[in-house]
Design a protein around this ligand. Structure first.
Ligand SMILES: C[S@@+](CC[C@H](N)C(=O)[O-])C[C@H]1O[C@@H](n2cnc3c(N)ncnc32)[C@H](O)[C@@H]1O
Length: 191
């Protein structure tokens, strides 16, 4: 009987392949072609200086560096060691105070509510388990955490189900992973 994809060893093997894929080639070079759109996105979300921002799947620092330039207290996190190094090197060259960790979006090394805002530009969508992605936005994104906390249990469940259904509806993979065709997904929350 085949081992389900959700077992730890199968998931670890998948993660190893995903990491190797992102580390092959040089996404930092490719990202330069997307810089204009990335900066337009960053301007639109209008994150004020002084907030604690987590940039998940930060790559070579496409938005991490502009965030630091704006005075935002930014931490980047990425699966790919070479891209983490590129972001650190660029920050050092430009004298920008960013902190960048190598890590997995599904297993963040930070205490709950460590950040005021969590941002991910075409990054967290590549994590294979959407239910964990939903959880980290709830735990780490302060305003969402507070808004989520103000809901009763039924509404919390409904929100969780809506987000998971949205992701699942668009998932064309049948092997327990996620494959979603997308350009940009932009979510703007207001009170
Ligand atoms: C399309 S690139 C975008 C990078 C950056 N946000 C940008 O706009 O240039 C996707 C990034 O997500 C990272 N990534 C993929 N899966 C990840 C995971 N599970 N945890 C953390 N980062 C991940 C990749 O290493 C890659 O740097």
């Amino acid at each position: 009987m085949p081992t389900p994809m959700t077992t730890t060893s199968a998931m670890n093997a998948l993660k190893t392949r995903l990491k190797a894929t992102w580390e092959s080639g040089d996404y930092g070079v490719f990202a330069t072609y997307l810089e204009k759109g990335a900066l337009e996105f960053f301007d639109r979300v209008n994150i004020p200086s002084g907030v604690r921002l987590l940039d998940i799947g930060c790559g070579a620092g496409q938005l991490t560096l502009p965030a630091a330039r704006k005075g935002i207290e930014v931490t980047g996190l990425d699966l790919a060691a070479n891209l983490v190094q590129q972001a650190r090197t660029k920050a050092a060259e430009q004298g920008l105070p960013i902190h960048v960790d190598e890590g997995d979006a599904e297993d963040l090394p930070y205490p709950d509510a460590s950040f005021d805002v969590v941002m991910s530009l075409i990054g967290s969508m590549f994590a294979p388990r959407p239910e964990l992605v939903v959880d980290f936005f709830i735990e780490y994104y302060g305003p969402t955490n507070r808004a989520h906390g103000s809901l009763d249990d039924a509404r919390k469940g409904a929100l969780h189900d809506d987000l998971t259904a949205l992701w699942t509806r668009n998932n064309s993979a049948t092997d327990g992973t996620t494959r979603v065709l997308a350009e940009y997904i932009e979510v703007v929350g207001t009170r």
